[in-house]
Design a protein around this ligand. Structure first.
Ligand SMILES: CC(C)(COP(=O)(O)OP(=O)(O)OC[C@H]1O[C@@H](n2cnc3c(N)ncnc32)[C@H](O)[C@@H]1OP(=O)(O)O)[C@@H](O)C(=O)NCCC(=O)NCCS
Length: 204
């Protein structure tokens, strides 16, 4: 099913930022949760579509985006890009917190120190992704379609052997989704919650 799916366009950015917030509390609405509603999209959405706009796809039934999948094909390259291009921008907006960090300060810290994304034991799964759909558009096959029809062919085309993600363990529906679409838990010591990965067979 490709109906309703299309590549990301730069004009989608503000809608995608909203979706990121409305799904950003373990899958539920995170509006008002942090001092600024910009924090989550400044970490989990905009850097992705800025660094890798060709690796982003949206669900759009004709009224604008209602969901997205954003990915980077090489996490290590993305971290280098982030350090050079995104950290200076981010650091201008979010001052360095002092330890011990609150939950919000942990998020700010990662924006200034993207190395947290480099997880050596996941090197065989170089890509990583974020996927979010507004509630009214969940459970209709769009998540699977974004993975199977957009992401996987792009990874195969680029010869990327695997994709991973880390997730909030409280988000049990998302865990069930990832397992349904072929992700398995990988041994990892990341503090970012369980790491799941899917190996990508080479294109024949
Ligand atoms: C998680 C999410 C991306 C899944 O996308 P979706 O469009 O709702 O999922 P689909 O309808 O494509 O479902 C695909 C498969 O996952 C399974 N699945 C999806 N949600 C499930 C749930 N809550 N419980 C059990 N299985 C589930 C479906 O049964 C389906 O299996 P099938 O294709 O074998 O029938 C979407 O629900 C979402 O955006 N949730 C809120 C944000 C979020 O949690 N993002 C992930 C953060 S880590």
């Amino acid at each position: 099913m490709n109906t309703g799916l299309r590549p990301y366009r730069s004009g989608d950015l503000s809608r995608l930022r909203e979706i990121c917030v409305r799904t950003g509390a373990a899958g539920s609405d995170a509006t008002g949760r942090w001092s600024s509603d910009d924090l989550l999209p400044d970490l989990f959405l905009e850097p992705y579509v800025t660094a890798s706009p060709d690796w982003a796809w949206v669900v759009d039934e004709g009224e604008g985006p209602v969901g997205y999948l954003v990915a980077v094909p090489s996490t290590r390259r993305f971290v280098r890009w982030w350090r050079e291009k995104w950290t200076p921008w981010f650091a201008d907006r979010y001052p360095e917190p002092n330890e011990p960090f609150s939950a919000e300060e942990e998020l700010v810290h990662r924006g200034r120190h993207p190395e947290v994304l480099e997880i050596p034991e996941l090197d065989e799964y170089p890509a990583h992704l974020h996927i979010d759909l507004l509630p009214g558009f969940q459970g209709r096959g769009y998540g699977r379609a974004l993975i199977e029809n957009m992401l996987i062919p792009a990874l195969q085309g680029a010869g990327v052997p695997g994709v991973h993600l880390t997730m909030d363990p409280a988000n049990r529906p998302a865990r069930a989704f990832y397992e349904a679409v072929g992700f398995v838990e990988l041994p990892s010591s990341t503090p970012d919650g369980p790491a799941l990965g899917r190996w990508i067979p080479p294109r024949r």
